[in-house]
Write a protein that binds this ligand. Structure first.
Ligand code: BMA
Length: 331
């Protein structure tokens, strides 16, 4: 492989699929999509925008489950092969060890989780309700059994908080996307930095909306992947049509030491909602990526994305091909 993938471990047991003959795209969908169906749980109206990670020699994840009261909840799940998931019926019951934090921020709702291992634990970020307004919640777990919540990173209104997988220049680094209280008609990606996961500052602008497919708003997706070419970041972009928003995803490569600096930004989307399960559901025309699993030796990549705010799909790529594609179509 021409592109080196840094800091990731080999992935066992995933039933990878090769690019289908004749496929012209750099990303291809899993043939059995969607991999998680909306009614997999007794309590679920829908299961989508979810985060998965390697855990021991298997896989674990935090899943967005909108229950049948249409409340947005986070549930833990486990898998042997990263495709068939066993998701808990009960939502995660966050432990808040600081009574002042617990009092200030009782659980209301949470959605669109991301999960990443940094140093000694798995960190979870999500869109968390504070005073019934969205901002970035943060928590961690050592074992996917007990989950601890700490202070929210920011004031409302904010969404799409995504951590980098290691400190950069001795600071934790997180993307976020300041927003409004509703279905925000704007949105740029920013970076914030923190010495301790509690106090966030040194905010930097990364990117504004761009070409048609991402002309309304953008937001970071899976955890960035460190490569010899820079941070490979998959993100969603939104187009506003006469029939509502259309969520696709694309990719950008950021500078390793100053990740607010864009090196290459792909002018085209990589995947847009075109299959029935992406176009039909509670919110039509949504492909919303929240996680990616990457095997460093083979460069195989599996991207997990919410489909139509209803179920979870999976798509594959080859990291070196993807990096070359982004560079070739950069503007
Ligand atoms: C965004 C978020 C996502 C959702 C998307 C499309 O604002 O709420 O959770 O997938 O809208 O409805």
């Amino acid at each position: 492989m021409s592109v080196k993938i840094i800091g990731l471990k080999a992935l066992p047991g995933i039933p990878w699929q090769d690019k289908p003959a004749g496929c012209k795209d750099v990303i291809w969908r899993y043939s059995e999509n969607p991999i998680i169906l909306r009614d997999q749980l007794k309590c679920s109206n829908s299961i989508f925008n979810s985060a998965v990670v390697p855990f021991g020699d298997k896989y674990a994840g935090v899943f967005r489950v909108d229950d049948r009261r249409r409340n947005m909840q986070l549930h833990v799940g486990f898998s042997d092969d990263a495709v068939k998931w066993d998701i808990a019926e009960e939502r995660i019951d966050w432990i808040n060890e600081d009574p002042k934090t617990a009092e200030a921020n009782p659980w209301q709702y949470g959605y669109d989780p991301r999960v990443v291992f940094i140093e000694d634990r798995w960190w979870v970020t999500w869109c968390n309700s504070y005073a019934w307004k969205p901002t970035i919640g943060i928590g961690y777990t050592f074992d996917f059994k007990k989950f601890y919540q700490i202070e929210n990173a920011f004031l409302p209104f904010n969404r799409n908080g995504v951590l980098f997988p290691r400190k950069i220049n001795n600071k934790y680094v997180m993307f976020s996307r300041p927003s409004d209280s509703g279905h925000t008609p704007f949105g740029d990606i920013y970076i914030s930095q923190s010495p301790d996961m509690k106090y966030w500052g040194e905010h930097r602008h990364v990117m504004a909306p761009g070409n048609g497919w991402e002309s309304k708003k953008i937001g970071a997706g899976p955890i960035p992947i460190e490569t010899s070419e820079g941070w490979l970041v998959i993100y969603h972009g939104v187009l506003e049509s006469c029939n509502g928003f259309v969520y696709s995803f694309g990719a950008v490569i950021l500078d390793i030491d100053e990740p607010w600096k864009v090196k290459y930004r792909c002018s085209e989307y990589l995947l847009s909602p075109q299959k029935d399960y992406e176009c039909w559901g509670d919110v039509p025309n949504v492909a919303f990526p929240c996680a990616a699993l990457c095997d460093p030796d083979s460069g195989k990549l599996a991207i997990y994305y919410g489909c139509a705010d209803t179920h979870v799909g999976m798509a594959f790529a080859q990291v070196d091909e993807l990096v070359e594609y982004v560079k070739k179509h950069s503007y």
